[in-house]
Design a protein around this ligand. Sequence first.
Ligand code: C2O
Ligand code: CU
Length: 518
Amino acid sequence: PVSRYYDLVVSRTELAPDGCLTEAFTVNNQYPAPIIHVNKGDRIIAKVTNHLGPNEPTAMHWHGMFQRGTNWYDGVPGMVIENSTQCPIPNDVSFVYDFSTGKQSGTFWYHAHIRGQYAEGIRGPLIIHDPDDPYRDNYDYEYAVTLSDWYHDRIAELIEKRMAPSYGVGRYDCSAAPAGSKCQKDNPLAVYKFKSGKRYRLRLINTSAMAHFIFSIDSHPLMIIEADGSYTIPYTVNRLPIAIGQRYSVIVKADQKIDNYWIRASIDSRCILNTTETLNSNSAINYNVTGILRYIGAEKIEPTTTAFTEELPVCLGVPQNNLKLLKPEPVPGPVTDHILFNVTFGTDQFNISRAFINNSSFVGDINDPTIKKLATHEINSVAEIPLKANAYPLENPDGVVDITILNSNGGIHPFHLHGHIFYVLGTGPGLVVDESLLNLVDPFPRDVFSVNATSWARFRFKTNNPGVWSFHCHIEFHVEMGMIAQLVELPNELSKVQLPEPVLDLCEKYSSSNKPDS
Ligand code: C2O
Ligand code: CU
């Protein structure tokens, strides 16, 4: 296989992606982070160097990559089996990720997987081109389009606010920015140039921390051909809802008159606040992130086009049964392991708002000073921290696992599984699974699926990838509040694994960077 080398330096800088200058974290001084293009089967060798400064360790996750045989390059520190995954990368230290893309292809992304850092800017596209792409003759050019939210408060502070006993959301926009802040009003918009008569593959990636997006291009329908790395039978929509973490490839035909058209990614405020009251209220505020589709030959002006108007269910994705695999596969069975996850919000014994899975809230690496601070709040002794791992062993080789989520709260949660894609068997209202709604014939596999408020959902996957894989809501605030479980897949295999030297070495560097008074 071909090896592709990347040098990714993570550092602090000032950025104004929306016209308003704020402090940000970047990769190679770029936002979004540099695009990674590889071919199916390639090996990715990415050296990540942390220059974020003292007490800001980092770790990089390759969202959607199975990491078969390389669990420790999944980029999630603080997992339950010691050293099954990497330690955080301390300041001024480099760590080399080295993994194969295997048989996977399609649209992915990479992001920091520690302390909300990705919302600060450490997020970029990862595209795996497929030499055997069945749609190769259906498009002429392609673009990667990342959709993201952006906050003017430091993300660590937002998390604290959100998690404090009385929380507030703390979202700023430029017009509300305090006097004296550096704000540029007519910040230039992204322009995508289209050649009349050509066909474009857009790879859409929702890289948000909190925002569910509805993507559309005025007068241009979107033909879906790929979702989360699987080819679909073509399915055309005008407005495409994309949950946090999800990806789609769509083909857009430049068959309209030569002009400018709005590209819209709209956020419904109810999906950010995410409580029963706001979901039921009619007071939705729509934040619109816009770009311009400009035909070559059109005047360089802003569009005056009107949007598609069909209504979509609030904060939910494409109905899962509307997506069909291009190459159907039999659904695995019979089920060997059934896991039930009951998802709730509440407060812990220190009166801190937390998220719970089966009454237990995940607290990661206790040596991480921020996590320590959040977990202990005003408590000073580490001994008092309730460390909860939320670990579920899966011990059957070639087992078939059903995860049933009972979302008994008023929020919508885009759940993501590492190391796998899962078939979305079904979802429905209430907290009792209605078996008649399960699709055991041709369910579609994904790595993120949004579960509606006060609803159930069932996912299925096979145990064929030894590792400790996290399963979590991809809303960054819910992650920080502890909405994570870890699946310890094939622990017997795992225990035979010899960790590579650099992974062990990183843990040594990390623990010495955490020595008291250093
Ligand atoms: Cu996109 Cu656990 O990550
Ligand atoms: Cu959530």
